[in-house]
Design a protein around this ligand. Structure first.
Ligand SMILES: C[S@@+](CC[C@H](N)C(=O)[O-])C[C@H]1O[C@@H](n2cnc3c(N)ncnc32)[C@H](O)[C@@H]1O
Ligand SMILES: [Zn+2]
Length: 374
């Protein structure tokens, strides 16, 4: 049994039984709305193409992403799922939206398709971790990678598995959502570099249970070498909250103290992870503009994420306002007045899309505390 839902301007058949074998998560409409605007913004920034761009929705389930990209952005799309019941629904959804000329369904193992073919845009939206498909996706992608991870527990250090899956050690800090985003970006950077490809993150965000990356891919050994320099580590003191980032080369030269310079407690290290900027401002502005123009169910929420990302400082961690106030036993002011106070003291400060109650700043923990106590 099927029912129909509408996302953007696309109508999608989804299974109604609770024992459904074909997956559809209405909570991910927000992510798909941002993707549509993101893909449209990316395509419009390219010089006009002689051959149409190709996009693959490699793990498609109902095909909602791929059908939307065909219908709402107009790309040539491959929509794949290894489940034969999903494959049938994908075909029905292609027909229902009259995109047969641009969309083709496949019933393959995603890794086989990705290893055998190159696509301009590669989209991975798996159950849990994208790691089993990442190597093939990095080999296949020519221009853009879109990647979801929902295994936030190993990515942010709440469970073991970070080292096993991502070759990186996360720490379970208050900024774990950002840590998860940057550990995933670090892994994608290294997987692309094997193929002499460079990553440029265009929009990276985490909401609810998922992390989503939209990143440009460029070919070139020199560019790939430069990307590796954007990997590093975050040092965190769980005793006083002091935290800082440092690059891989600092570690190799052993320039890192093992004790917190503020309180003397042991410093814990997370990484390697991506410590450079995780967005491109101009791209995010174009996505914001696209979101504003389109018919989208989650438009308001999507615009808020993108707008906050545009103004977010390029610092690889944030501070939870209430947690610091609680430790200091002072009542929290509003986040905007704290940001103003930091700025008036000569520091940079911004909100972060990762948390409504957090802020980013180049002030150190001791400086933040003295402003909060003033
Ligand atoms: C989370 S669902 C995809 C959701 C979909 N992208 C959306 O936006 O609604 C993951 C899908 O991957 C499919 N899948 C898992 N392993 C696969 C593989 N090796 N090759 C192709 N499809 C696979 C599953 O059948 C499932 O439908
Ligand atoms: Zn300390």
């Amino acid at each position: 049994m099927f029912s129909e839902v509408k996302e953007g301007t696309t109508r999608i058949l989804i299974p109604t039984q609770t024992t459904k074998s074909i997956f559809y998560n209405p909570l991910m409409e927000l992510c798909r709305d941002i993707d549509i605007a993101g893909i449209a913004a990316f395509v419009s920034s390219l010089p006009s193409q002689k051959i149409p761009l190709t996009y693959i929705d490699a793990l498609a389930a109902t095909g909602v992403r791929g059908v939307r990209v065909a219908k709402e952005v107009g790309l040539r799309v491959v929509i794949n799922d290894r489940s034969s019941s999903a494959y049938e629904v994908i075909n029905r959804n292609i027909k229902r939206n009259a995109v047969e000329e641009r969309a083709k369904a496949y019933n393959e193992n995603a890794n086989v398709l990705l290893l055998q073919n190159k696509y301009d845009l590669v989209d991975l939206d798996p159950f849990g971790t994208p790691v089993p498909f990442l190597d093939a996706a990095c080999k296949s992608a020519k221009k853009l990678l879109l990647i979801t991870a929902t295994d936030t527990a190993p990515l942010c250090g709440a469970h073991s598995g970070g080292l096993r899956k991502y070759d990186a050690k996360p720490l379970n800090t208050e900024y774990h959502k950002e840590m998860a985003t940057r550990i995933l970006l670090g892994k994608v950077t290294r997987d692309l570099c094997k193929y002499d490809k460079a990553i440029q993150p265009l929009l990276s965000y985490s909401k609810a249970h998922f992390v989503r990356l939209i990143a440009r891919v460029e070919k070139g050994a020199k560019k790939a070498d430069d990307c590796m320099k954007r990997l590093g580590f975050i040092a965190h003191c769980f005793s006083c909250g002091n935290r800082f980032a440092f690059s891989c080369s600092d570690l190799m030269e052993l320039k890192v103290e093992k004790k917190c310079e503020v309180c003397g407690a042991k410093i814990h290290i997370a990484g390697p992870l991506y410590i450079n900027t995780i967005k491109q401002k101009g791209f995010c502005e174009r996505v914001h503009n696209e979101l504003g123009k389109r018919t989208l169910g989650k438009k308001k929420e999507a615009m808020k994420i993108v707008e906050t990302s545009i103004n977010e400082l390029d610092i690889p961690f944030f501070y939870e306002h209430h947690a610091i106030c609680k430790a200091l036993k002072v009542p929290p002011s509003s986040i905007s007045s704290l940001i103003n106070a930091l700025q008036s003291s000569g520091f940079s400060a911004s909100r972060t899309h990762f948390s409504d109650t957090a802020f980013k700043t180049n002030a150190r923990m001791e400086e933040i505390k003295s402003i909060l106590k003033a």
